[in-house]
Write a protein that binds this ligand. Sequence first.
Ligand SMILES: Nc1nc2c(ncn2[C@@H]2O[C@H](COP(=O)(O)OP(=O)(O)OP(=O)(O)O)[C@@H](O)[C@H]2O)c(=O)[nH]1
Ligand SMILES: [Mg+2]
Length: 291
Amino acid sequence: MLGRLVDELASRGIIKKRWTKRSVREVFDSLELELASQGLPLPIIDKLRDMVSERLDGKESKGKPKDVVTAVIKDIFLKIIPTDQTLRRLEGLEPPIKIVFLGFNGVGKSLSIVKFAKLIQDEGKRVLVVSADTYRAAAGDQLEGYCRKAGIPIFKGQRGSDPAAVAYDAVSMARSKGYRYVLIDTAGRNYLDRNLVEELRKIVRVVNPDLKVLVIDGLAGSDVLNQCDSFNEAVGIDALVVTKIDGSGLSVPLVASFYTERPVLFLGTGQGFDDIKQFDVKEAIDFILSS
Ligand SMILES: Nc1nc2c(ncn2[C@@H]2O[C@H](COP(=O)(O)OP(=O)(O)OP(=O)(O)O)[C@@H](O)[C@H]2O)c(=O)[nH]1
Ligand SMILES: [Mg+2]
C-alpha cells in the first residue's frame, strides 16, 4: 500500500524514489534464475546481491531497476577481477622462474603446461617442463609424449620417487643449464586426499615457486568454488588457468577470478597445443548478463 503510494508520488515527481535493500532484493529475485542459468553458483549470486545492496541502498532510483542493477554488477566484477599482469611481473624475476601447476584430477594441467611452455618457447625463451607426478607412470609418459610433439624439453622423475625431490633436482638443472622458465606438473589430486595435499605442500616448500597456478575445468560448474577453496587453503594460489572453454561458457573463469581475486593467466580452448586464449573479462561479463 505504502509502496504503491511512494511509486505514485515518485512518478509524479513529488518525491525522489530511493533504493532500499528490499527493492534491490526484488530485482535480484527476478534476475536470480537468469544468472543461475548462465552458470553463476548461488553463493556468488548471494554475494553480488549483498554488494549491490550496499552500493545502492539509499541512493536515488533512476532508470529501469534491472538495468541499474546489471550495471552495478558489471562494475563490481570489473573492480574486483584483476587484469592479468602475471607474465610482465615474472619477466622481472631472477631465472629460473618457477611455476607450479595444481588442480583436481583430469582438469587439463598437463596439456595446459605444454600449451604455456610452447607459448613461452615461441617467444624465444628457454623453458623446461617437469613431471612431478611420480605415482602414475602413464602421467609422466603422457607429458613426455606431449612435450616431444610440441618440441619442449622435459625433466621426468623416476616412478615412485619423491615428487618434491624431483622438482628440486629439475630446478637445480634448469639453473645450471640456463633455462629461463621451469613449469612443474603435479599429480591431479582430490582435495579430500590428505597425503596428496601434504605432498603438494612439500613441493611448494622445497621449490618456493614464483607462481602457483590453479588449473580448473571450465565444465566444473558450482564445484569451482570448492576447488578454489581447497587449493587456496592447502598452498595458496596466485593465478588461474581455465580449460575446456571450447565446451563451456565463460562463467567458470569469471566466477573463479571474482571469488579468488586472482587473475586468469589464460584459457584452454581445445586439445591442440595452440588452443589457448586470453581471458577477456568484459566478454565474460557480457556473456553472464546477456539474457
Ligand atoms: N576440449 C578440451 N579438452 C582439453 C582441454 N584441456 C585439456 N583437455 C583434455 O582433458 C583431458 C585431461 O587433460 P590432462 O592435461 O591430462 O589433465 P590433467 O589435469 O593433467 O590430468 P591428471 O594428471 O590425470 O590429473 C585430456 O583428454 C585433454 O586433451 C581444453 O582446453 N579443451
Ligand atoms: Mg596430468
